[in-house]
Write a protein that binds this ligand. Structure first.
Ligand code: ZN
Ligand code: ZN
Ligand code: ZN
Ligand code: ZN
Ligand code: ZN
Ligand code: ZN
Length: 253
């Protein structure tokens, strides 16, 4: 199978607690009006007035869920850089209250621990839940440490990898060490180098490096195409056209 690239996903979790309102608490002010200096006031008839200062409502004191005003005396939940009524900060799946609870954020919505765990994927190798990073490869999810080379046990991460017929995953060097075809001329494995495409040439049921695919007699490189410069084999020998003709004439006399 061709080497593939693994894909990474990140899930994050945040812990919050119920916090008091961030704004200064608006207080009821008692103001005693002073007697007017112009003498219009009748002594002894001061009327204390209770003045309610208008509630301070700077922008942002709106519940991010119901979009209603957060009352000045109401407790407020601050989470995900927004503010909510405690009753509005709920798991979007099961509607359980989340104020003061551990919660997770999924697609910008709060979710309780239980519902979040239920959405988690299991690692295809160890069957454990994947709570943080996931390596997605071969249509399955893995813990980063579980997606590793069957030969050297190194975690593959986002590197290229290869899979054998049994479904075992290998780093690319180990895969070629184990499975690469061996060149019939130089007896070394045929392995790509530094992302260059390497062609394995098959001829007479044997494999060759491109550079090893030469006429056995005159060492001229042979073309893998079926052209004049291609291989004209004779009795299991790789030969160019002219050497083939020469060898055949020599053996027939
Ligand atoms: Zn609300
Ligand atoms: Zn829930
Ligand atoms: Zn695992
Ligand atoms: Zn390896
Ligand atoms: Zn070779
Ligand atoms: Zn030749």
């Amino acid at each position: 199978m061709l080497p593939g690239k693994a894909e990474k996903r990140i899930a994050s979790s945040i812990f919050i607690t119920l916090v008091p309102p961030r704004r200064d608490v608006a207080t009821k002010e008692k103001t005693q009006r002073e007697p007017q200096p112009d003498g219009a006031e009748v002594p002894g008839t001061h009327h204390p007035q209770i003045l309610l200062s208008p509630p301070a409502l700077p922008n942002g004191d709106i519940c991010a869920f119901c979009h209603k005003v957060l009352g000045p005396q109401e407790p407020t939940v601050e989470a995900m850089r927004k503010q909510y009524h405690p009753d509005c900060f709920t798991c979007r799946t099961c509607h359980r209250l989340l104020a003061g609870q551990r919660y997770f954020q999924r697609d910008g919505c709060p979710m309780c621990d239980t519902c979040f765990q239920a959405t988690l994927e299991k690692c295809a190798k160890c069957q454990g839940l994947i709570t943080e990073h996931i390596i997605r490869a071969l249509g399955k999810g893995y813990h980063p440490s579980c997606f590793s080379c069957a030969a050297c046990s190194r975690a593959i991460g986002t590197e290229s990898f290869a899979v054998d017929e049994q479904g075992d995953v290998y780093c690319v060097p180990d895969f070629y060490r184990k499975y690469a075809a061996v060149c019939s001329a130089c007896e070394r494995p045929i392995v790509p180098h530094e992302d260059e495409d390497t062609y394995k040439i098959e001829c007479l049921g044997r494999s060759f490096h491109e550079s090893c695919y030469r006429c056995e007699s005159c060492r001229m490189p042979l073309s893998p195409e079926l052209t004049e410069n291609g291989c004209y084999p004779l009795d299991d020998h790789l030969l160019c056209k002219s050497c083939h003709v020469r060898w055949r004439n020599e053996s027939s006399c």
